[in-house]
Design a protein around this ligand. Structure first.
Ligand code: CDP
Length: 216
């Protein structure tokens, strides 16, 4: 197993940016697991399926082609909402488990971001971060991102999405979003991207030194 950096946290907390910058810094492979759930949601909607139908969602997850992660459609607001609805189904999570677990074996290491990486997918990861920020700040970041993608949406609606997603992600029975007991909390509310990355890097450096995985 390579050196695994697990990055969990709620929607638009800055975890994706921090994760991809850490991956670039260390030359590790990067997996955004949110894209997997987004792609399952998009796939199901594309075939006219019902997001609350556990069997249909599981079938969509089993038939997922990784090329589908590259589609612009998976980055939309609707895809985020669909993702959190299919993500409650245990069968969907089980269907995506092996692919994610396999990723943890990448050498020299991997950065995996999601909701349950430190708790379920890679509980033995030597470095775990839980990245968060206030709902209002996260809504502002997500609103800017969606607007930049050309998606016209009101800030109030994005904030409502964030609250709904948080409740659904942390309230579900199957692998709910929660900070692993050994994860380091990183609140990026008052931080720029640069500051958040710097803080994350220091957390990972401490974990690398502790595990004997020192910079070569
Ligand atoms: O950044 P944002 O939260 O919008 O999206 P994401 O990270 O792409 O995740 C989309 C949805 O997928 C989340 O709201 C979760 O419901 C689900 N998800 C999950 O259940 N487990 C993961 N490891 C990653 C995402």
């Amino acid at each position: 197993m390579g050196f695994v950096i697990a990055v969990d946290g709620p929607a638009a907390s800055g975890k994706g940016t921090v994760a991809s910058r850490l991956a670039a810094l260390y030359g590790y492979a990067m997996l955004d697991t949110g894209l997997l759930y987004r792609a399952v949601g998009v796939r199901l909607l594309g075939t006219g399926g019902d997001l609350d139908d556990a069997a249909a969602a599981e079938a969509a997850a089993k038939g997922l082609d990784l090329a589908e992660l590259e589609r612009a459609e998976v980055r939309t607001r609707a895809a985020g909402e669909a993702a959190s609805r299919v993500a409650v189904h245990t069968g969907v999570r089980a269907a995506l488990f092996d692919l994610q677990r396999q990723f943890t074996t990448r050498e020299p290491g991997s950065v995996i971001d999601g909701r349950d990486i430190g708790t379920v997918i890679a509980p033995d990861a030597p470095a775990k971060l839980y990245v968060t920020a206030t709902p209002e700040i996260r809504a502002e970041r997500r609103w800017k991102q969606l607007s930049g993608q050309g998606e016209a949406v009101a800030y109030a609606d994005v904030l409502a999405d964030i609250h709904r997603r948080d409740a659904r992600d942390s309230g579900r029975d199957s692998a709910p979003m929660t900070q692993a007991s050994d994860a380091v909390l990183l609140d990026t509310s008052e931080m720029t991207i640069e500051q958040a990355f710097d803080a994350a890097r220091r957390i990972v450096e401490t974990a690398r030194a502790r595990s004997g995985n020192l910079p070569g």
